[in-house]
Design a protein around this ligand. Structure first.
Ligand SMILES: Cc1cc2nc3c(=O)[nH]c(=O)nc-3n(C[C@H](O)[C@H](O)[C@H](O)COP(=O)(O)O)c2cc1C
Length: 263
């Protein structure tokens, strides 16, 4: 089974209008399933970007996968991931997190049937397929996304087609543009759509590993809300186009007719 794997569900909270957050998960490092409650309010923390919308204005439960592209558990990426999770929940999403520092993916070998059976390969494909929207958080390494995130991409293609992603970079001082563009490029090459807005967390935005920069908090929250907002629209439109068959009228969706043997 997968590495640390969290499912943050706001489904029941939408009914009650309360904002406690339930976290269940499985930890590879602990070697056992665990679950715990995080009581309190799903807010944006210290760098508040406004209260969550009231339940009546919340968009229906969009499945959002937050992918942490860091390869070390204590990465500065953690704080951006946590903020993205909280904001997506506040926007009404059901959120899972794929932490690549705790996921044992082999380096992708094209055409390897053996790798198809590796539990973490099966798991990353399953949660990518589950997701309608993605928030992809990468450390900037050599003006690019991390190798861990690129390797994650290399195990995927059909799982990302017709989906929607927002991108966040965490840098050592750079503007983040190169890694953000690299991630967007990769998502597009898998026939996914990306948000024309993004965020870069720089050292000045961090204090003790936590994000304190208000502007970047605001941007991450906007990204999360937009992923929750647009992902279902894109996916529904893509699915409708697929029903037109493989011809040009279906656009790029026509290239994905029969991908999952479901027409
Ligand atoms: C191999 C490597 C390459 C890096 N390349 C860049 C870079 O191109 N631009 C930049 O701003 N920071 C760069 N950094 C710094 C990281 O982006 C920075 O440490 C950031 O906090 C995210 O990574 P972390 O997991 O170390 O926290 C690099 C770090 C490493 C280890």
């Amino acid at each position: 089974m997968a590495g640390v794997y969290q499912r943050w569900s706001a489904r029941d909270l939408a009914k009650t209008g309360e904002w406690s957050v339930r976290v269940v998960g499985r930890s590879r490092t602990q070697g056992r399933t665990h679950g715990h409650e995080l009581p309190g309010t799903a807010s944006y923390g210290d760098c508040a970007a406004g209260p969550p919308p009231p339940p009546s204005q919340r968009i229906s439960m969009t499945n959002v996968l937050v992918v942490s592209g860091a390869s070390r558990p204590e990465s500065n990426v953690r704080s951006a991931v946590a903020l993205a999770e909280r904001a997506a929940i506040a926007a009404g999403a059901t959120v899972r997190t794929r932490d690549l520092a705790l996921t044992r993916l082999p380096i992708m070998e094209a055409g390897s049937g053996d790798q198809d059976l590796v539990p973490d390969v099966v798991a990353v494909r399953a949660d990518a397929r589950w997701a309608e929207g993605f928030i992809l958080v990468t450390p900037e390494y050599h003006g690019n996304m991390s190798g861990a995130l690129k390797n994650w991409f290399d195990f995927l293609y059909l799982e990302l087609a017709g989906k929607f992603a927002g991108v966040v970079a965490v840098t050592g001082g750079g503007g983040g543009d190169m890694s953000i563009i690299a991630v967007k490029n990769c998502f597009s090459w898998c026939h996914g759509f990306t948000l024309p807005f993004h965020a870069a967390v720089r050292p000045a935005d961090l204090q003790g590993g936590e994000i304190v920069g208000e502007k970047v908090c605001d941007r991450i929250a906007r990204i999360a809300h937009d992923v929750v907002r647009y992902a279902p629209v894109i996916l529904e439109t893509f699915a409708a186009a697929r029903t037109l068959g493989p011809g040009p009228a279906a656009g790029v969706a026509g290239m994905h007719v029969g991908d999952w043997d479901d027409g």
